[in-house]
Design a binder for this molecule. Structure first.
Ligand SMILES: *[C@@H]1O[C@H](CO)[C@@H](O)[C@H](O)[C@H]1NC(C)=O
Ligand SMILES: *[C@@H]1O[C@H](CO)[C@@H](O)[C@H](O)[C@H]1NC(C)=O
Length: 260
């Protein structure tokens, strides 16, 4: 089964989810209720415990060993460094890329940060948290080959990961300027290193084609050709913060200026 980029006219999250509560029986015995509450509490504790501490890092290490490391995961790792590089401009963020719910959820936990997401691919297998974000309109499912449904400068910072690698130059020519259009204080691009990530079968089935990972010199040449300028201030601040925290990204990261 092949999955294609979504049709922009399709809407997700319209299926009702309100049926659960209505089904719970009001005549269930008190002992059963207490039992359920205790069970719920135990599950909650187990869940919180599983989510805390080192588990995130372990996951990351495992994915990298399997060659399955994504730049969307790298964005999450880079948030503290991005905060140093962009300062106050980290307050209203749009993330564009597969698995955007994970980034948006993480950004929403940061202080004084609003975040939205554009998911370029179908999310039929998304978890309930993600589906709730879609239902609330925080995350949109949209084909990024078409203009984004936002006004110019709607966001202070736009971050894109793992999405441009799947676009040919013909579409890049439209999509990249559009990302710069909707941002006010910059555009951060996370993209894979050629040779680092091998073409994966799962990629092809998920995105319809394998990622084309381009070299840093290819991107720089491309930016110049399309009149997109690198933001030297952001580049410098990002590098300084990265050095200070010994942060070594597993993806190429570019900082572009917004259109003025
Ligand atoms: C993309 O835009 C650049 C600059 O405008 C142009 O030189 C190039 O031919 C375009 N590429 C495609 C594939 O349309
Ligand atoms: C360049 O980056 C800085 C953050 O380091 C940001 O404040 C500024 O608005 C950016 N400039 C443009 C033109 O995007």
């Amino acid at each position: 089964m092949w999955r294609r980029p979504v049709n922009p006219s399709r809407r997700l999250g319209d299926s009702g989810g309100g049926g659960l509560l209505a089904n719970s029986k009001s005549r269930s015995s008190p002992i059963l209720s207490v039992g359920l509450i205790v069970l719920g509490a135990l599950l909650f504790i187990a869940y919180s415990y599983g989510n805390s501490g080192a588990s995130g890092n372990n996951m990351e290490a495992i994915s990298r060993v399997e060659g399955d490391y994504s730049c969307t995961a790298e964005v999450q790792r880079a948030i503290p460094i991005l905060k140093k590089a962009y300062g106050d401009s980290m307050h209203k963020i749009l993330h564009v890329g597969p698995d955007t719910c994970s980034v948006v959820s993480k950004l929403l936990k940061e202080e004084e940060t609003e975040a939205w997401g554009v998911e370029p691919y179908d999310i039929e297998d998304a978890d309930t948290n993600c589906k709730a974000l879609v239902r609330k309109g925080v995350v949109r499912v949209a084909d990024i080959k078409f203009p984004l449904p936002y006004r110019p400068k709607s966001f202070s910072l736009v971050i894109v990961s793992d999405a441009l690698d799947y676009l040919s130059p013909r579409y890049l020519n439209k999509t990249l300027p559009d990302l710069a259009r909707v941002s006010a204080d910059g555009l951060a691009i996370f993209t894979g290193y050629p040779g680092h990530q091998r073409a994966r079968v799962s990629d092809v089935s998920k995105f319809g084609r394998a990622a084309k990972l381009r070299s840093s010199s290819w991107w720089i040449r491309y930016f110049i050709q399309t009149n997109l300028e690198e933001n030297e201030t952001a580049v410098k601040k990002f590098e300084q913060a990265a050095t200070k925290r010994s942060y070594v990204p597993s993806c190429q990261i570019f900082h572009l200026k917004s259109f003025h």
